[in-house]
Every structure is written in C-alpha cells, then in structure tokens.
Write a new protein. Structure first.
Length: 196
C-alpha cells in the first residue's frame, strides 16, 4: 500500500489529535493549573473536540490519496460493463471490439442495432479478426482502449464502400463469431453513438 498514515487514514489522525488535546486539558484541570467547573470543563472539551475535528478533517481532505477500485463486471463476469464509443456520423473509422477466448476459425460478424432490437440475418456485416501485433490494425485496436485476447474490427462510415453506414443514433453492438462447430452471438461490451 502506497502513502503514509496521514494520507491514507485521515480519520485515525483526527481521532488521535482529539484524544491528545482532551488528555492535555484533563491533566491541566486535574493538576489545578486551570480552575474550571465541571460544566466549563465539559463545554471546553466539546468545543475543542468539534474544533480539532473540523481542522483535521479539512487538513486531511486535501491530503487523501484516492484508491483505485476494480472495474465492475457484467453479471456473467466474462466482460466489463459497456464502453461507449462516440463517432461523428460523417466519420469513417474502425470500431474495435475486444474478445477473450479462442480465435474463431471461420470469422466474425458485427451488427449495429438500436437498443432492444435483436439481430436478423440481414443485419450482420463481415468484420476482420485482429489476432497479433503483426496485423496492421493491432496498434489501433490496443490504442482504442478495449481489452481482449484478440480484437474484432469493422470499418464504419459513409466514406468509400465500407458497407456499414449508420444514421445518427445510439447503437448496441452485437458480435457473432463463427467456428467449425459453434457460432456464439453476444452483445459486445461496446456501445456506439453515431452523432449527427
């Protein structure tokens, strides 16, 4: 654990300071250095406690070291919660999806659907499977921020003949991987907003 006690445990520091000040005041009253009635002593202790707590809290608040938390995962724990990608509707660029597990032997397809819709046969678009640093898209896939053992890439936009042009809207990205005996279909952990 990085940091020292003053940056990671400000509540403990505040409690220790308050206890120390109360102990000093109690000793002064008991040794007759200060002549106070019991009501005055209780009132002074309350003021000191509140004042020291306030000062130490403000002091400690400016020195707290934030701790990183683990990302939340989808209930099936196989992927992180959805990462949103914002893309201008006029732009043509690759959209990357990180995939964990075995690389499909036949290929991958992607469908872009509005929330709540399920893919039909005509919705699927052929996508590239990016499996290693030797692939020219590998560095772009890594730079996109998505995580996985390998990536699926699809060119989206109106420029050229990509085959995938989206109207301005929010899209749920679906992924279909085809292997020799399996063809899993998943909602990808990437959502796409085509802004117009």
């Amino acid at each position: 654990m990085k940091g020292n006690l003053t940056t990671t445990e400000p509540v403990g520091i505040a409690g220790a300071v308050v206890a120390f000040v109360q102990a000093v005041l109690t000793a002064l009253v008991l040794l007759d250095v200060v002549d106070l009635s019991s009501e005055q002593t209780a009132g002074l202790m309350a003021v000191v406690t509140a004042g020291v707590t306030l000062v130490v809290s403000v002091w400690a608040r400016n020195r707290v070291t934030p701790r990183r938390t683990r990302p939340r995962t989808h209930p099936d724990r196989s992927r992180s919660l959805t990462m949103a990608t914002l893309m201008q509707a006029e732009s043509t660029e690759f959209v990357f999806i990180g995939v964990n597990g075995s690389v499909p032997s036949v290929g991958a397809e992607v469908a872009f659907l509005t929330q709540g819709a399920r893919p039909q046969a005509g919705d699927w678009e052929t996508a590239a499977v990016v499996t290693s640093e030797a692939d020219p898209l590998w560095s772009d896939a890594v730079a996109s921020g998505v995580k996985g053992d390998y990536y699926v890439a699809i060119l989206v936009g109106p420029f050229g003949d990509t085959g995938v042009t989206l109207e301005p809207d929010d899209y749920q990205v679906w992924l279909r991987l085809t292997d020799t005996i399996e063809q899993p279909v998943r909602i990808a952990p990437t959502a796409l907003e085509a802004a117009g």
